[in-house]
Structure formats: C-alpha cells, structure tokens
Design a protein around this ligand. Structure first.
Ligand SMILES: [Zn+2]
Length: 751
C-alpha cells in the first residue's frame, strides 16, 4: 500500500493549512465505536450545524454498516461484479478494482443511511468522489452513480474504487466515519481525531492551480473506444501564460518596457509591420486624406487573400489569413466625416474578395474576415455617422454578405446596440419608403421580415401586423402572418387563414413541394386550437398525426386531449381496434368516402373530421405499437397479449425490443420473462458473441428464476451453458464472476 501521509491533497477545501496538520487517518486505526442510527439529539442538532459549522455539537462520528437502512444494506450486500459493470462498464470496473486493491482510496466517509459515499481517491492527483444510490423503478431497487472532481466527471474508476473500498468495510462490519450533506455539495465530514469539518465538493474544478499537465489516462472516457484527447501542456495553459505575462509587464517601469518593445521590433518582422502600419495610418489621418487610406486597405486585403489563396490552389493548404494591418487602418476611419462611405467601400471589397478566399480554401477559417467587420462596426459607431445610416448600411451589407463573414459582428455590435426607439423608427420609415419604390413583384420575404423587425423595435407593432396583412397577399407568404396573428392573439383570423392556406396546399398535391408546405399548417392549427382551448380541433389534428404515424409518440397527446373532451374511453377503444385490424373507425371511413356518419358512428369516434391527410388504403395491424403502448402504460397482461400476437406476424417481429418486453413482465409473468432472457442470452453467446450483454441477460434470467421460486434450477442451467460454450474462455471467465455471488460475500469468504 502506498503511504500518502503528508501529501497535501490539492483538491481539498478552502482551509488547506489546517488540513496539513491533520495526519490522514488510517482505516485500521479507526475508533471502533458503535452508534445508534438516528438519535434524538442528532436530529435536534441539525439546525445548529447549518448556522455555524465551526462550532459543532457532540455527535456520532462513525457508523457501523449493520446500522444502515435495511433495504440499503441489502442492496450493498447483494451487489455483484456484474451489477457494478452494468452501470460503470467493464473497463471502468477493472480500473476501479485495481485502484481499490492498490490502496488508492485514501479517505472514505458514509452518510448515515448508507446511500451516499464520499472519498478522496489518489491517482495522478487527489480526486474527490461521491457515490449516490438513487431509487430505481421498482420498490427497494437502487441504482448507483458517481460524480467526481476528475476530468471524466461522472461514473469513473474513482467511483468504482470508492464502492469497492466501502464493501471491504461492509464485509467486515467495520465502522466508517460519517458524512452529512449540509447544503448543495457541501458536506460535513469527520476527521480521524473525531473532529468535524466542512468539505465543499466542486465537481468542475479539476486542478487549475496545479503545475502538472493532466495525464492522458485521466482524460480517457473509460467506457468507449474513442481515441484519447491529447491536450499539450502549452495549449491548455496559454491563457494562464498571457495573464501571467500581463501581470508581470504591469509591474515593470516604462523604460524597461520601451527596451522590450524595441528588442521585439528589431527581432520580429510581424512587430515591425505592425508599427509601420500604425505610423502610416496616423500620418494619413493627419493629412486628412481618407481616400488614400481606403486604397491602402484594399491593397492589403488583396495581398493577404491572394497569398493564402495561391497556397491553397497550389498545395491544397496554406498559412493562416492575416488581416490585422487592414483592421489597423480601418480603425483610423472614425476621424473622418465620410467614414461611412470609406467603410462601405472596404466592406464591399472584402466581401467580394472573401468569396474568392472561401471558394479557394473551402471556407476553412473566415473568422479573420469577421474581425475586420468587427472593427468596421465599432469604427462607424465611434464616428459622426448618424445611427439610422449605420443600421441601414448594416442591413444592406448583410444582404450581400453571402458567406455571412460579418453576420456576427453586425448583429452583436450594430443590431443589438442599445439605440433609442426614435432611431429604429427612422430606420423603419427609410426601409418602408424603399420598399414602396419597388413594384410588388420585386418585393421579397427578407425585406419584409427586416421591416417588421424594425417596426417592432420602434414600438410600432400594430403597423407591423397590418403591413404583414397587406404584404402577405402580394408576396404569397402567409406563415409569418399567421405566426404573428397567433402571437398577438388574433386567433380566429389566424385560424381562418391557416385553413384556407391548408386547403390551397392540399389542392397542389401533385406539386413537388406539397409535402413541405402541407406539413406547415397542422402544427400552427394545433397551436391555435390549444390557445382557443378548442379540444375537438386539437384532437382532430392529433388524430390525423396518429393515423399517419401510429406509434407510442402520437398516442399520448391524442388521449390527453380526448380526456379534456371527456371521451377518452371511446377514443382509446377505437385506437386499439385500429391497431388490431388496420381498419379506420367507421366515422372516419365514411367521411373519407364522402358519406355522413351516423350518431352511433360518432359515439365510438367522437372526434370531428377536418381535412385529414391520410392514406385511405387499409392499414396493417400494428401489434408492435400496441405492445409498446402497453409497456409505456405498465399493463403487463396486455404486453404479453400483444407480444404473442406479434410473434405470429413475420414482418413486425424484428421491431420488438425483447429485453424491454421481458423487463415489463418480469413481476407478473416471470416464466415468460425467464425464457425471453435465456433465449436472448443464448443468441448473444452464440450469434453476436457479445458476452457482457449475454451475462447481463443471464443475471436477469436468474432474477426471474428466483421470482419463480426455482432458484435451485440455476446451477443446472449454468452447467448446461458451460458445457455448450466451454471453448469460449472469455465467456467462461465472465460466467465465473456471475456465479461468484455478491462482492461482500466473496470478501467475507476471502478472509
Ligand atoms: Zn473520477
């Protein structure tokens, strides 16, 4: 066992110095003190502790495992390796076992009920790990999970190691020091000399203040075969270096700084170029000739992009695009009256040239171009340009910026700028005037959307709605109008237009865009129905969705709406009948044929018939859907019934998740569940050779046997399986573990 005494755990809470003086307790030297599980004094002391954790009342310091909640203790005692591997995966399990065996679990605490474990596990670093038992889906069933301060973060090997070490204590009924959650992830723990302290668990911390780089082993996600992510030290720490440097430079006297800069100037071309540009820009700014500046910027754009484009065309890759000199020049524009014209010219040129760059390089990295737009936007705002002109310019540029080079900069710097309402109003007026210049045929959706957006920002919502009403007719664009009418509560109007448009879409059935357009309206109509609490209409649309795609996704919403209509039982019966026979309810069938359903027909299908779009052909029975539905609603009897029907249906047999079926019926039909698990396991051992999966299924088969009262048959079954598959050595090893019994019992036998 490693000796960790005197090692300062880097992940320890705030008060590190104090901890340094506390020798880590060794498990063997733990005081063997039995405590009653929940004494009255303890409960009353809870309040005081949260008030001031420094003054702690006298309380129990450790707990013997036999004092845990009965159900929790049973869970831990019966846990076997297969159970652990089911949750953590085989690889993580092996690593965790090795860790526990190597003595890496340095400190361990347990909550009084046995449902929470805390530990400090030593690996490349010291990690704080917490294991929690969550309630499972069945009574007294638990599922373990772990969180950890290591880079993996959850369900890692440190979690496994914690559990395994804990089971050592359990096997020997040795007392374990107590921990108690005070508030979200702050725990009170007991130290080896029976003092208490608080331990804050920050699960995102990993060791930022540690000098070592992370070891790649720690990085690996244990369960999958993804390649390791290797982060070189220099990359991970660049930001730290920059801030360190900044701090150091801030302390230096200016003379020393000048010397450093001059040295850099002499040694590096890039630095020299930077100062050259700056000097040039300043001199032009003084001379008052912005035209010269623009020409220079354009020349620089040309050269930078041409160079990189050439490399790409010639060699298939190239150096990074460098537009910093351009940015430096553009920053000077703000001092001039005609800044807008200058920025505009540079922007248009950059977009044109940028398209070439994107084509040549496959749009590898256009962020450098984005940075120039960043500078342009900021320069305009700093200049004397009227805000309305800036915004109009930004809209215009966005319009021609096909590759969206400037999208982010314009959005965050100009469109999201805190302009007064008056400014937006001015923009809206200008855009409206421009739109009216255009003949209706030339008006487009994008412009309309922009105008509506600016009118909204100008607090002219009503005008925007009216504009949509009139323009929708011109440009045949109703979706935006209907969405807006729904948003502003004009539900009847929205409904009327939506139905009209749906009818038009249905008539265009033979057109290729029919399916896309057709699908646009049901969702909107459903939204309208929901808002109007028009349950029949909502149910009608949901029914159409069900008939189109009968599955466990379309059933629940329809039933819920039927409940609101107080007709759920009838609808449920009709859905079941449809899934069994593939025949529509009589009322639907008659509507499809154009005849009127009778009152009796309506009673068994009380959902009105709107413009259903469904395949009128007779459908196939869907026992698979019935089976899924029964599983979801926890109706095991029906699961068995539909499963049997399904087994006779060749075309649907592959749609069944047999394990899910077995899980759903294990309590009521353990015999059927047992056979399913056994057959599935056999399939995994023989055909797919997925042994971990086979072992998982065999574990479930054993549970089913126990439920049947036939636990005694297990050894026979195992002997058979072993005989059949004796050549598969890896499977044999896993079967050994399956039969070795619980971890605690193995540990007890080992003693
Ligand atoms: Zn971990």
């Amino acid at each position: 066992m490693k000796n960790h005494c005197g090692v300062l755990p880097t992940c320890w809470p705030e008060n590190r110095i104090v901890i340094l003086y506390l020798p880590f307790f060794s498990f063997e030297a733990m005081p063997h003190k039995k405590t009653s599980s929940k004494s009255a004094t303890q409960k009353s002391s809870d309040k005081k502790v949260t008030d001031s954790s420094s003054k702690l009342p006298k309380r129990a310091t450790s707990v013997v495992p036999s004092d845990f909640l009965q159900s929790v203790r049973e869970y831990w005692e019966q846990l076997d390796w297969g159970g652990l591997s089911e949750h953590f995966g085989n690889k993580t399990l092996q690593r965790g076992r090795n860790y526990a065996g190597g003595g890496n679990v340095q400190s361990l605490w347990v909550a009084e009920d046995g449902k929470n474990l805390l530990a400090v596990v030593v690996g490349t670093h010291d990690y704080k790990t917490r294991v929690t038992l969550e309630e499972g889906s069945r009574k007294n069933q638990f599922v373990p999970s772990s969180t950890c301060s290591c880079p993996v973060g959850s369900d890692c090997k440190h979690g496994v190691a914690t559990i395994v070490r804990f089971l050592d204590f359990l096997a020997n009924n040795k007392p374990i020091p107590l921990c108690r959650e005070l508030e979200g992830d702050t725990w009170e723990i007991v130290t080896e000399n029976e003092k208490t302290k608080t331990m804050k668990i920050d699960f995102d911390e990993y060791d930022d203040d540690d000098d070592d780089s992370w070891e790649d082993e720690e990085y690996e996600r244990d369960d999958d075969d993804e390649p390791q992510v290797f982060v070189p030290k220099t990359f991970a720490k660049t930001n730290d270096l920059a801030s360190d440097l900044e701090a150091k430079l801030n302390e230096k006297p200016s003379k020393e700084l000048v010397a450093i800069i001059l040295r850099l100037f002499n040694d590096y071309d890039a630095v020299r170029e930077h100062f050259k540009q700056e000097a040039f820009a300043e001199s032009v700014a003084k001379s008052g000739n912005i035209a010269k500046l623009v020409e220079k910027a354009i020349k620089l754009i040309d050269k930078a992009i041409d160079d990189v484009s050439y490399e790409y065309r010639r060699y298939g890759n190239g150096s990074a695009l460098e537009l910093n000199p351009v940015t430096e020049i553009i920053k000077q524009f703000d001092k001039f009256d005609d800044a807008l014209a200058a920025v505009d010219r540079a922007a248009r040129y950059l977009i044109k040239k940028g398209c070439r760059y994107a084509d040549d390089t496959g749009a590898e990295d256009t962020s450098e171009i984005g940075l120039v737009f960043d500078a342009m936007a900021k320069t305009l705002i700093a200049s004397k340009t009227p805000p309305v002109s800036i915004i109009l310019w930004a809209y215009e540029v966005s319009h021609i910026d096909e590759y969206d080079f400037g999208g982010y900069a314009l959005k965050t710097i100009i469109f999201e700028h805190n302009w007064p309402v008056k400014v937006w109003s001015g923009v809206a007026d200008a855009l409206l005037a421009k739109m009216c210049e255009n003949v209706t045929e030339n008006r487009d959706f994008e412009t309309l959307r922009t105008i509506v957006e600016t009118l909204d920002k100008a607090n002219r919502q009503k005008e925007a709605t009216d504009l949509l009403r009139t323009e929708a007719v011109h440009i045949r664009e109703y979706e935006m109008l209907v969405d807006r009418l729904i948003e502003f509560g004009f539900l009847d109007e929205a409904e009327k237009i939506a139905w009209e448009q749906r009818q038009i879409a249905l008539k265009q059935e033979n057109r290729s865009n029919y399916y896309y357009r057709n699908d646009l309206w049901p969702d909107r109509l459903k939204k309208i129905a929901e808002k109007k609490k028009d349950w029949p209409m909502q149910a009608s649309i949901e029914a159409a969705e069900f008939f189109k795609h009968p599955c466990d996704r379309t059933i629940p919403p329809l039933l819920q709406t039927a409940k609101k209509m107080k007709v759920e039982p009838a609808v449920r019966r009709s859905l079941e009948a449809f899934l069994q026979t593939g025949e529509f309810p009589v009322a639907v069938q008659k509507e499809l044929e154009g005849t009127k359903p009778t009152t009796k027909d309506r009673q068994s299908w009380p959902i009105p018939f709107f413009a259903f779009v469904i395949d009128e052909k007779k459908q196939q029975p869907r026992f698979d859907v019935l089976c899924d539905w029964a599983i979801a609603e926890k109706r095991p009897k029906d699961v068995v019934r539909w499963f049997d029907e399904l087994s006779g249906q060749k075309e649907n047999v592959r749609k069944i998740d047999y394990e899910k079926v077995a899980d759903a019926i294990i309590d009521t039909h353990p015999d059927r569940a047992f056979r399913l698990y056994r057959d599935l396991a056999e399939h995994e051992m023989e055909a797919t050779r997925n042994y971990p999966s086979a072992v998982r299924l065999l574990r479930k088969a054993r549970k089913a046997l126990e439920a049947l009262g036939r636990a005694a048959d297990w050894p026979t079954l195992m002997a058979e399986i072993r005989a059949t598959h004796r050549r598969k050595s890896s499977l044999m090893k896993q079967l050994d573990e399956l039969n070795a019994g619980s971890i605690v019992n193995q540990k007890r036998r080992g003693k």
